[in-house]
Each structure stands twice: as C-alpha cells, then as structure tokens.
Unconditional design. Structure first.
Length: 235
C-alpha cells in the first residue's frame, strides 16, 4: 500500500512510478507491431536468470519496441538482450533475474498509436494494446512529444505499480539503451517506491552509480513477485 505524499507530483508518483535520467547515456526506444522474435538467446534466457541457486527467481519479459518511419526498431534485439544483462547485474543482489521470452517490434501506425506519445493517457492505451498476462511488459517508444501532458514532468519512463488495472514499463527512445533506467522501472513493477538516495536504484533521478538495493527493498520485491507475478515466474 502506498502512502499519499503532500506534493501533487508525488501523489501521482504514489500510483505510477517514474524515472528521469542524468549522466552518461542518451539513446533509443519503443514499438508495437506484429513482428515477434524468440531466438536461441530468448529460449536460454539471459545471464543470471539461469542461476543455479534454488532461491533465485527468474521473471519472463515481453520486450516491445517501436519501429520508426524507416521500419527500423528503436532498440534492436541484440541491444534489448544487452539491456537485460545489465538489469540482471543490478538485480542479482536480490536474487532476481529477468528473461526475454518475447521480443516484439511494433509499427505504431498499424495499432493507431503515436510514434511520439504526447499525453500520459496514451501510455495506458499502449499498455492495453501490448499487455500479456504471462509476461512483464517493457516498451520503448519514440522520443516523447513534450507539447502534451508528458511535458509536465522531466520523466523519461513511467511504470504502473501493482494494484493498478494496467501494467507495463514504458520508456522513451533517449533512454532505451540505459540498463539502470529499465532496472529502476522494473523496481516499480516489483512494488518499490522512490527513495531519496543517489546511490539507490530507486532514486527518482538515475545516475550511472544508482544501483544499490537494501535488504528490505529486496525482501519487498521478492514478496511482490510471489504476490502479484506468479504467472511470470520461470523457475
């Protein structure tokens, strides 16, 4: 259960987690179409998700990326797997790993979606179009159009917290290849709220060194896995 905060922005964040990026990376994002790939690496999982430890938890991902007007994905399949390897390095301290089981390229125009979302309400439309009851959803879109309500915050990514009707971590293109941002958003997926600590993965602003998770955060994340995401567990 989230405690309501005083400021308007933080009241919103008690429901939907967000992250802003400062520091060493700026890159690509998002897509939604009928092209799906599950290659050898997808079947085998990535990195630490295959750990031998019996108390290590592996969660399945549907990783969706937008295609641009040239038909190119904003994040390639190889880049997506590299992102998840970086995510696994961070989450290994909680004995939690992630595995891409479905990599989907999306042509937003075919699904009546905007390549550059402008309003926060569009994010739920994206979640509704791409949701999958057996996978955690990660989506990278084109760079957001800040002329709409998405321009009211510096956030580069938004994730619905457990208990909401629609789930999914949505990132814009400039942070689509930054593993710490994705790891942070998956933290919201696992019911972790923001903390005021620049060293922490759950700091509202993510730096290159924002990677630590406390023992209590790990316990809470593993509890969320058992409570909300049983269908996504693969070990």
């Amino acid at each position: 259960m989230r405690t309501l905060k005083v400021k308007t922005l933080l009241i919103q964040l008690s429901i939907i987690g967000y992250a802003a990026f400062i520091g060493g990376w700026i890159q690509n994002t998002f897509a939604a179409s009928a092209v799906s790939f599950v290659g050898q690496e997808g079947r085998m999982g990535t990195g630490r998700c295959e750990a031998a430890s019996p108390d290590h938890v592996c969660l399945a991902l549907k990783y969706s990326v937008y295609r641009d007007h040239l038909g190119e994905p904003v994040v390639s399949q190889a880049e997506a797997f590299q992102n998840v390897r970086e995510v696994d390095q961070v989450w290994s301290q909680c004995k939690i790993g992630f595995k891409i089981e479905s990599f989907v390229q999306v042509d937003p125009s075919e699904d009546q979606l905007n390549y550059r979302p402008a309003d926060t309400g569009e994010l739920d439309i994206i979640r509704r179009r791409l949701e999958d009851p057996e996978h955690l959803l990660v989506v990278t879109t084109g760079t957001w159009n800040r002329a709409g309500t998405l321009g009211s915050s510096p956030a580069n990514a938004w994730t619905s917290m457990p208990g909401e009707n629609l789930y999914g971590a949505i990132l814009e293109k400039p942070v689509g290849r930054f593993g710490n941002i994705i790891a942070h958003e998956l933290g919201h997926y696992l019911n972790l709220d923001h903390v005021n600590d620049a060293q922490s993965l759950m700091n509202p602003v993510i730096y290159d060194h924002s990677t630590s998770l406390s023992r209590e955060q790990c316990e809470n994340a593993r509890y969320a896995v058992r409570t909300y995401w049983q269908k996504m567990i693969r070990n």
